[in-house]
Design a protein around this ligand. Structure first.
Ligand code: ADP
Length: 166
């Protein structure tokens, strides 16, 4: 019988490279805070991947970008996401979808993760259409050729980019 009150806090994990975080990622976090009581944003570290920003820089940019958005924790993890999830009190992992092309890869990842951890649950949020074509890679490409990216990343990220490129 429905007791009228929720007994557990709903917590979700949002993993990504965030190299760097964009307004698209921020949009996903905002949407997720309307559904979950707490979001843990996990900046992933893969030693085989080449990043523009160091883990410390990515963490600091993520923290600053998400300040004031609600109950958000920022953490980092090196290795398999399922290992992080296994050690966490949540089994829900948020991913963002921009287009059908994201779906194929995300579906594959979701199935693989569930195979590795049977109660791993993937949840997808669709970004606002105005962010549906941006990715950290496109932003990096545009700025490296001197283009304006202020529409897609916060001001202080543009500054961090400029510092890195000069
Ligand atoms: P990863 O290396 O795990 O793909 P990203 O930082 O590129 O890390 O992305 C993390 C998550 O955010 C993924 O689910 C990705 O689809 C989603 N994402 C990336 N860019 C956007 C965007 N513009 N709008 C919505 N979701 C996005």
């Amino acid at each position: 019988m429905y007791s009228g009150s929720r007994k557990t806090e709903m917590k979700a994990i949002y993993p990504g490279s965030f190299d760097p975080i964009t307004f698209g990622h921020i949009d996903i976090v905002k949407r997720a805070t309307r559904v979950f009581d707490e979001i843990i944003v996990v900046v992933m570290m893969n030693p085989h991947k080449k990043y523009m920003f160091s883990l410390e820089e990515r963490l600091s940019i993520v923290r600053r970008s998400l300040k004031g958005l609600g109950s958000i924790d920022v953490d980092s993890h090196e290795g398999l996401l399922v290992d992080y999830v296994r050690a966490s009190s949540s089994r829900i992992v948020i991913r963002g979808l921009r287009a059908i092309s994201d779906f194929e890869m995300e579906l594959q990842l979701a199935h693989a993760n569930r195979r590795l951890l049977h109660d791993f649950e993937s949840m997808f949020f669709m970004t606002d259409t105005k962010y549906s074509f941006i990715s950290s890679s496109i932003v990096k490409e545009i700025i490296s050729f001197g283009g304006d990216v202020s529409e897609w990343v916060p001001d202080f990220v543009v500054k961090a980019f400029k510092k890195k490129l000069h």
